[in-house]
Each structure stands twice: as structure tokens, then as C-alpha cells.
Design a protein around this ligand. Sequence first.
Ligand SMILES: [Zn+2]
Length: 142
Amino acid sequence: MDDLAWLRLACELAALCPPSQTAFSVGAVVVGADGREIVRGYSRENDPHDHAEESALKKTAADLRGTTIYSSLEPCGERKSRPLTCTDLILRAGIGRVVFAWREPSLFVEGQGVERLLAAGVEVVELPEPADLARLPNAHLL
Ligand SMILES: [Zn+2]
């Protein structure tokens, strides 16, 4: 699968999120350098405060250095629900590349995820083609 196919999968996972009036529905997939999926997750999968990237990362103990995370929404660089943002978690895991579809609208917090990841040397790719798919489960928030 190429970047677009993985990102589409992440966007499809967003549709599985339990609905919320106060948080986005997001899907995320981590893929190894060998092109195989390592883990996936979505918002509120096991806990009402879980973000998609967080939910995926907490399910694996694998070494994620050199992997790519695909997320339907820009990883958060600021959040209210927990001290560590998804940007922090991605940096901590050593993930080298982030591909996302939809830049976080300034609805709940200011984004800044992309800027922080770039500043830390992570490769960030915005592929807006599936952004409509990413927005679909969030239509009630927009
Ligand atoms: Zn987040």
C-alpha cells in the first residue's frame, strides 16, 4: 500500500469512533519501514479521553523508530484532556514520519502539531486528498 492507501485506512478508522460533541473523531495507523502495519487505533477506542494516535501507541511495545504514522487529523500539539499531546507521544516513540489528511481546525485548541513535529526533525507530509473522508465523522462539529 502507498501513502494514500494507508491514509485512507486511517480516515476510515475515524468512522469507528464513539461520537463526541467535544472532541474530533480520528483514526491512526503505524506502519513499519518494511511497509507492514504495526498497530492502529481511533479516538475514544478504550477510554473517552483517548486520542487516535495515543490509542494506537499504547497498544504496542514495538520499537517505533523509523516508522510512519498515518493520521486522519494533524496530531494535536496542545490538548485539554491529558498532559501529553499526540505530538509528544510521537516524538517520544521516535516515529520519523507523519502523514495526515486534515489540518486541525482551531475549534477546541490551537493546532501547532505540524510545527512542533517539523521543529523536532520529523518528516511531515500533508496529503489532503482524503480530507473529506476525515471530516465526515466530524460534520456535527464543524
Ligand atoms: Zn491528540
